[in-house]
Design a protein around this ligand. Structure first.
Ligand code: SF4
Length: 441
């Protein structure tokens, strides 16, 4: 079981020297209990305390990366069973599978689809993450050719699917430096695959018929020095997966079975939509699937975004100057906060009004207009700061700023601080069209 803050505190030197970056040993203990600090930050721990804390603090699910560069996948590091207990950190990677007997053009086209296809929702680009090459042809030459084609560009994270050490060895020789996921070690091949994983410092999937055997195999691999493990707990159907995943995750989170403290892989081939939904909602970190039609892909990406967006943190826009249509020097200038929902609602009504305009978004830590006015986050200094930062005055002939109706108490202070004439706009974005027609100018 995980140690509680006071149990951790008892193991600390209690010098309150602040060298760990915390004000007191107690606050360091609290951070350790939350998995937000590293025991190594305290230089005064004796070896016994170090060993006890290392096994009992930090995220109970290991952090693993697959691939390199800007498309690198990070999974694991989860600390809670339910998102509302805290939040989930790393969304599951959705990986399209291709067989190594596919023509080179098909593999290249699928890699290009993964590279380029995206949907944008509330200002965030959503994409499929990587490519799994099923090396089941039995031909070493064919497998190597397929992996070489898939790895052209070196930017799409790869999963190499085979249980044959010789085929994996040859394929890793052409892409091992790009940190592919080796899939999978079984009770028959794990020694050879552990050697390969160590040689290329690549993550390794372990696969066995049931949770007990997966745990035992994972332990064996850990004993051979493997730290980057992914557990393949795919069952016969999504129900079996769910019961296995629930067991694995609870044993890992309570630190009852450290050998299960790794991200989970679910192969969705059996029943694609059911499995993808189950995996996204419950504990999967890697989902391997045949490529999806656009509608199903969109559903999966949106569901994933919903589950892995922290409801306690408002989604924020990057502050700055946005353009609706093609505004000119005589176009109106609206100002609002950087709460995404406010931005997209306002943007929709402005586009519907068909009046090109500027939209100045100021930094309010993602709070809505009403909240940020009440909390003092939206104030005359912030508005002046973003007018200057965006060189807004250079864009227009007349210094006139339309502020949200709910920010009307700030109008005088904004005028004094900025030198811009302030016009109070409507409270409700739905009235923007009427406001532009009847009141603007
Ligand atoms: S460095 Fe160690 S002894 Fe010093 S405050 Fe932090 S936990 Fe306490």
């Amino acid at each position: 079981m995980a140690l509680k803050p006071l149990e951790i505190y008892k193991l600390l030197p209690k010098k309150n020297c602040k060298e760990c970056g915390e004000q007191t040993c107690l606050s360091f203990a609290m951070k350790l209990a939350q998995g937000k600090a590293d025991p190594a930050s305290c230089p005064y721990l004796d070896s016994e305390a170090k060993a006890a804390l290392s096994s009992q603090t930090g995220a109970p699910i290991a952090k693993i990366t697959i691939g390199m560069g800007s498309r690198m996948i990070t999974i694991g590091e989860e600390t809670v069973f339910y998102r509302h207990d805290k939040t989930f950190y790393h969304e599951p990677a959705i990986i399209y599978r291709v067989v190594d007997t596919a023509p080179a053009e098909e593999i290249t086209a699928l890699a290009a689809r993964i590279r380029e296809e995206k949907i944008t929702r509330i200002g965030i680009d959503l994409q499929v993450n990587g490519l799994a090459v099923d090396l089941g042809s039995g031909s070493l030459k064919q497998s190597v050719t397929a992996v070489t084609t898939a790895n052209e560009g070196g930017d799409i994270p790869l999963v190499l699917q085979s249980e044959d050490p010789e085929i994996l060895k040859a394929c890793l020789a052409v892409c091992g430096n790009y940190n592919p996921l080796i899939c999978a070690a079984t009770e028959h091949n794990y020694r050879e695959l552990c050697d390969l994983a160590k040689k290329y410092d690549a993550p390794l999937v372990v696969r066995a018929p049931d949770v007990e055997k997966i745990g035992a195999l994972s332990k064996e691999c850990m004993g051979l020095g493997i730290k980057k493990i992914v557990l393949d707990i795919t069952g016969a159907d999504s129900g079996e997966y769910l019961s296995r995943a629930t067991l694995v995750r609870s044993l890992a989170l309570t630190r009852t079975a450290p050998e299960l403290g790794f991200p989970i892989l679910l192969d969705c081939s059996g029943s694609v939509p059911d499995n993808i939904v189950t995996g996204i909602v419950k504990f999967a970190s890697v989902l391997i699937t045949p490529q999806l039609p656009v509608a199903e892909m969109t559903t999966a990406l949106v569901l994933r975004q919903n589950i892995y967006t922290d409801p306690q943190k408002p989604i924020q826009m990057t502050p700055g100057l946005y353009r609706i249509g093609d505004p000119g020097p005589d176009s109106p200038v609206f100002m609002t906060v950087n709460f995404s929902l406010t931005f997209f609602t306002l943007q929709g009504y402005l586009e519907a009004a068909r009046v090109p305009c500027f939209l100045l978004i100021v930094e309010t830590e993602g709070m809505s207009v009403l909240t940020s006015v009440a909390a003092g986050k939206l104030n005359e200094s912030v508005v002046a700061e973003w007018i200057t930062k965006t060189s807004l005055a250079d864009e227009v002939n007349e210094k006139k700023l339309i502020i949200p109706g709910y920010a009307s108490p700030l109008s005088g202070r904004i005028e004094d601080a900025t030198g811009w004439k302030v016009v109070v706009g409507p409270r409700d974005a739905a009235d923007i069209g009427r406001f532009l027609t009847e009141e603007w100018k």
